[in-house]
Design a protein around this ligand. Structure first.
Ligand code: SAM
Ligand code: SF4
Length: 329
């Protein structure tokens, strides 16, 4: 196991396999005028396999596949099979919008996918259309049903947005009543790729918790998993849990062990940094595994203490021009 310069274990990679998406969630992507990366700018599957293998040799045991929407990239299932067979890779998790996922759930089960984070900001079809600019809620709910049927652990990710889905939060929390679903409410972050949507954060994690407490006066705090970024709560007699992720106010940085690699192969050791290493370039320059490992280790030993330090170190201005679809969430 390797540790960063703040003594945090580095064993968790979030790998974005594409910058493309079949939804257009307004907090993540502009409606039009998206400049998708040319295919050759993306890491190939071979390069991603090499990256996962090299990192697993450094102690990585957990991988989350994200995007863009991971399932819009062709042949994703083959890639999942391959990395599931790598020694050292103990857990594979996915983050998906669920639009294309339902028919693939039996295969995901066979591969041994440990859990799926499904993004749903509302259970109201019209509101879903407004938020995502696509009418796909039925397919997403079908995905949820399939995941539960196949006994794959599910977390729901819901971004909390003033004026957009506040009335949807309690119906979403109710998903945890009859099924072992963990519903997590996320503070909205300034990453929508447009630069004109830098929010004044109305819904801080504290305010979200207050809303939950007023809807469920009996709700109580439960122990958070190690390195968890969510504060988790239990509504009595509910099968699942609810949680809040302080993504914008960044109060979880002290235990953050997440390393991100974007679809174009840029290593981010903090969500708020501008990218600290171009892994694709190293690979395409012909660096061998030993050289890549040494460079990765160096980056892990220079991690920012928290998101504020990472933001300060940026040479470009604030993060607003980035889209979550390139970072992967
Ligand atoms: N397309 C997949 C999905 O939506 O689940 C995976 C990629 S998406 C970028 C990963 C997560 O980031 C989603 O749960 C999404 O809600 C979240 N996200 C995107 N933009 C965000 C923002 N500006 N603030 C907070 N969360 C955001
Ligand atoms: Fe696509 Fe996910 Fe971004 Fe929504 S949050 S636009 S589903 S990448």
């Amino acid at each position: 196991m390797i540790y960063d310069n703040h003594n945090r274990p580095i064993n968790y990679l979030r790998l974005s396999v594409t910058d493309r998406c079949n939804l257009r969630c307004f907090y993540c992507m502009p409606e039009e005028g998206i400049n998708y990366l040319p295919k050759k700018e993306l890491l190939s599957y071979e390069e991603m396999e090499r990256l996962v293998r090299v990192m697993s040799e450094l102690g990585l045991s957990k991988v989350r596949i994200t995007g863009g929407e991971p399932f819009v990239r062709r042949d994703l299932m083959d890639f999942l099979w391959k990395i599931s067979e790598m020694s050292g890779v103990e857990q594979i998790h996915l983050t998906t919008n669920g639009v294309l996922t339902a028919p693939l759930v039996p295969q995901l089960k066979a591969i041994g996918i440990k859990s799926v984070n499904l993004s749903i900001d509302t259970l109201d079809r019209e509101n879903f259309k407004k938020i995502t600019r696509r009418d796909e809620l039925p397919k997403v709910l079908d995905c949820l049903e399939q995941l539960l049927k196949h006994d794959i652990a599910v977390k729901i990710n819901a971004v909390v947005m003033e004026g957009k889905n506040i009335d949807d939060l309690v119906p979403l929390a109710e998903l945890s009543k009859n099924a072992p679903i963990d519903v997590r409410f996320i503070e909205e972050m300034p990453f929508n790729g447009e630069g004109n949507h830098y929010p004044t954060l109305h819904w801080t994690h504290k305010k979200i918790v207050d809303l939950l407490k007023s809807a469920y006066p009996e709700i109580y705090k439960i122990t958070d998993a190690e390195n968890s970024t969510s504060y988790n709560y239990q509504i009595p007699n509910y099968k699942g849990s609810v949680g809040v992720i302080a993504a914008f106010t960044r109060s979880f940085c002290g235990t953050c062990n997440r390393i991100r690699v974007t679809a174009q192969g840029i290593l981010k050791t903090c969500l708020y940094d501008e990218g600290v290493l171009d892994i694709k370039k190293l690979m395409r320059e012909g660096k061998d595994d030993g050289q890549i490992k040494a460079t990765l280790l160096d980056a892990f030993r220079h991690r920012a203490k928290d998101g504020y330090e990472a933001e300060q170190k940026r040479t470009t201005s604030i993060a607003v021009m980035e889209s979550m679809s390139t970072i992967g969430g």
